[in-house]
Ligand binder design. Structure first.
Ligand code: ATP
Ligand code: MG
Length: 327
């Protein structure tokens, strides 16, 4: 099967700080990420606040350029696709339905805007299509002339989903799409996304710090730590048999629906490391309950686990090749 989305050595750094007599520092937000998403699958991306999930989402959407590596959509480098073609095929659903919808426009106009931008149909046709899509996501035509401020959080997220789907994309990048919503509404939105996936033949990248949410929707999962993927496996396998000590800690942690808080109690003691001063060796070693001497000096690389769907970046796994000393 040809992947719908693939990343190869995808990396992005930011230059931060700097000023009078101070050189700016490099912050490696996404570091050599290799991912594959097959048609119809849902790739979950999990990890604590600041591990690089949203930066990865913006790279996949073409909103940020990689510092190195590339993103392939249907085998074609994103950089080679025009913005028009890209937005037809890949659409985002972001966390915050409050700020991502123009407060001054009507709901029907908001959903019809992508059609207008692509010059599709006349105003009446576009309004009809927008209303059809609103009905499909569980709103009714009587919401068409409302403004976003007149809707609940869950309804606004339905509008954002309708807007993402009106162009019939192949791929939807969801970045914490339910994190700002009440628990009961979260479940409704997740189930809606799953229904729409079947109906519209969609594939999703689904980013969340909430593992319970990811377990519900994802077919495969990548766990990120400090910009790197440390474990990746089919969802069923990852939740049944987490291998990386970080994944094990995440699964044992108390989950929170609060966005931006990360994972409150990972049982790992130390806080998430400062990305401007990343630890030597394995980036997880200062917090790892199973660290060994070599973990402080040798960077593990992601290696396949024989006889399973998993790939793992951890020295505890004997078959894993070692890259060498960190300079
Ligand atoms: N434009 C930017 N300039 C400088 N640093 C940035 C920029 N965008 C992101 N970062 C940094 O990159 C790292 C990853 O940020 P990112 O927003 O991707 O994390 P995240 O996993 O989405 O976190 P959260 O769960 O809180 O949304 C952070 O240390 C962040 O401060
Ligand atoms: Mg984020």
């Amino acid at each position: 099967m040809k992947p719908i989305l693939q990343t190869e050595g995808l990396s992005r750094s930011f230059s931060v700080g700097g000023g009078f007599l101070q050189a700016p520092r490099k912050l490696q937000a996404v570091d050599s990420v290799d991912l594959v998403l097959n048609p119809g699958d849902v790739l979950g991306i999990v990890g604590e606040s600041g591990c690089g999930k949203s930066t990865l989402a913006r790279l996949l959407l073409g909103l940020l350029k990689p510092s190195s590596g590339r993103v392939l959509l249907g085998g074609v480098d994103l950089q080679a696709l025009g913005p028009g073609e890209l937005s037809k095929r890949v659409q985002p659903v972001f966390q915050d339905p409050y700020s991502s919808l123009n407060p001054r426009r009507s709901i029907a106009d908001i959903v019809a805007l992508p059609l207008e931008v692509h010059g599709l149909g006349n105003p009446a046709q576009r309004r009809r299509q927008a209303i059809d899509m609103l009905e499909r996501v569980g709103l009714s035509s009587r919401h068409a002339d409302n403004r976003p401020g007149q809707l609940s959080g869950g309804q606004r997220q339905r509008v954002a989903i309708a807007r993402a789907l009106v162009m019939k994309p192949e791929l939807v990048i969801c970045d914490e799409p339910t994190s700002a919503l009440d628990m009961s509404v979260q479940a409704q939105i997740l189930n809606l996304l799953l229904e729409l996936r079947r109906e519209f033949n969609l594939s999703y990248v689904f980013i969340s710090h909430n593992l319970a949410v990811v377990e519900h929707v994802a077919t495969s999962v990548a766990v990120m730590y400090l910009g790197k993927v440390v474990e990746q496996a089919d969802s069923a396998e990852l939740f049944k048999q987490p291998r990386h000590p970080y994944t094990q800690a995440l699964l044992a942690s108390v989950l929170t629906p609060e966005p931006g808080l990360g994972i409150p109690d990972t049982g790992l003691g130390l806080a998430f490391p400062d990305p401007l001063h990343p630890p030597s060796g394995c980036p997880f070693h200062p917090r790892c309950p199973q660290r060994m001497d070599l973990c402080a000096s040798l960077i593990p690389t992601l290696g396949k686990v024989a006889g399973s769907s998993a790939a793992l970046s951890c020295h505890l796994h004997p078959s894993n090749p070692v890259q060498g000393d960190r300079p």
